[in-house]
Design a protein around this ligand. Sequence first.
Ligand SMILES: C[S@@+](CC[C@H](N)C(=O)[O-])C[C@H]1O[C@@H](n2cnc3c(N)ncnc32)[C@H](O)[C@@H]1O
Length: 163
Amino acid sequence: MQAAKTMFKELEEINARPEPFEFYTASDLWTDEHTSKQMLAFHLNGEVDVSSRKAAFIDRSVEWIASHFSVGSKTKIADFGCGPGLYATTLAQRQADVTGIDFSKRSIQYAREAAIRKNLSINYVHQNYLEFGFSIESSFSDVAGSSFNPETEEFAVVAKRLI
Ligand SMILES: C[S@@+](CC[C@H](N)C(=O)[O-])C[C@H]1O[C@@H](n2cnc3c(N)ncnc32)[C@H](O)[C@@H]1O
């Protein structure tokens, strides 16, 4: 019992945020009225890796996704955390039936307007995606299909929704 208490205390300490970040939550970054405006500006700047990857990487990533999943008119795609729809847009332009889910009202609004401007039929849902369940089928080191390496800072998984 004492050992478990000590372990929980240690875990609490390990997980405590350093002081400058103790009031930060990831959801605020994307959903707060002011920070979400800045994050959207970063999304739309194709030259920086801040809110989204640089435009050149997104192009490479969409190429890989399209080829790996043979994306076409019969493909249904759910883009979890779609932001302003940078991937959703290009995948819809490849005829996929795309649903984008994001809890940032500002990004979803931008994405919906962009779809109208580009005459694309994309279903954008303003929702927190954490309530869905999945099983992981394969893992990669990025969304351009690089082999999985546990040392890299990012990863991608191919997952199927649990029924
Ligand atoms: C790093 S951005 C990437 C956006 C987009 N996939 C792209 O690459 O351009 C992460 C996105 O996930 C969204 N997000 C994070 N957690 C979420 C959650 N639990 N439910 C819905 N959206 C979430 C954020 O609002 C943000 O738009």
